[in-house]
Design a protein around this ligand. Structure first.
Ligand code: ATP
Length: 229
């Protein structure tokens, strides 16, 4: 589903590479934590998959897309296959919960009938059926993140990428969000999550890819956050 072959990324303004000869393969339906200290390259890794940045060296494949050869015209097609969730939710503040979700389908040209059927289904999945007409400001942080996950998932992407999705949430709410991501993963969606949250990584025991100074220093099935820590 995702394959990076000897990928390096150097930003123009930076002396050391943000990613340095990274090779990682993620299969369909896997759940992978991307961990590492601040500045180790996690966000750069995700940005390369989204083609927000291009690698300085190496090859990147996502689903059937060879990113090195992808024309600018086809980048939106790639991104339709990649749902994204962020620490700060990034909801449209003037739109209701259901409008936030339906907007994601409108911009990719889905017919009205499909939108009207799909939005309630995904609201049900994330447990927010009763709050479709609320504004984001009328929701708790955990609920806002559920909306963001619903919006990222409504188009049934092949991969759900989450950059610190629990970073603004308390431990209990974070657990609920992880249960939701697990449920989405069980539908066959590949989940790639960058996190600093030791407790979550340790409790879930999924594959852990650890970066340090842009290099993969550990790639372990059913890993914990810190070896021997
Ligand atoms: N747009 C940019 N221009 C120049 N350097 C950048 C840019 N984005 C990131 N970097 C540098 O690349 C390195 C990796 O950064 P990146 O944001 O990928 O790390 P991270 O692991 O996601 O960190 P954090 O956990 O703090 O979000 C850092 O040294 C950072 O300063």
């Amino acid at each position: 589903m995702i394959r990076l072959e000897n990928v390096s990324k150097s930003y123009k303004t930076s002396t050391r590479p943000a990613l340095d000869d990274v090779s990682v393969e993620v299969g369909k339906g896997e759940f992978v934590f991307l961990i590492g200290p601040s500045g180790s390259g996690k966000s750069t890794f995700l940005r390369l998959l989204l083609r927000e940045e291009a690698p300085t060296a190496g090859n990147i494949h996502v689903a059937d897309f060879h990113l090195n050869k992808l024309s600018a015209r086809r980048v939106p097609k790639l991104r339709q296959n990649l749902g994204c969730v962020f620490q700060d939710f990034r909801l449209l503040q003037r739109k209701t919960v259901s409008e936030n979700i339906s907007f994601a389908l409108e911009v990719i040209g889905k017919p009205r009938a499909v939108i009207e059927r799909t939005v309630p289904e995904v609201l049900e999945l994330v447990g927010l059926s009763g709050k479709a007409d609320r504004l984001p400001s009328e929701l708790s942080g955990g609920e806002q993140q559920r909306v963001a996950i619903a919006r990222a998932f409504v188009n049934r992407p092949l991969v759900l990428m989450a950059d610190e999705p629990t970073g603004n949430l308390d431990p209990e709410t974070s657990q609920d969000i992880m249960l939701l991501l697990e449920r989405i993963n069980r539908t066959g969606t590949t989940v790639l999550m960058a996190t600093h949250d030791h407790h979550i990584v340790d409790s879930m025991r999924r594959r852990v890819v650890e970066l340090d100074l842009g290099r993969v220093v550990r790639d372990e099935a059913r890993g914990v956050y810190g070896v021997g820590r």
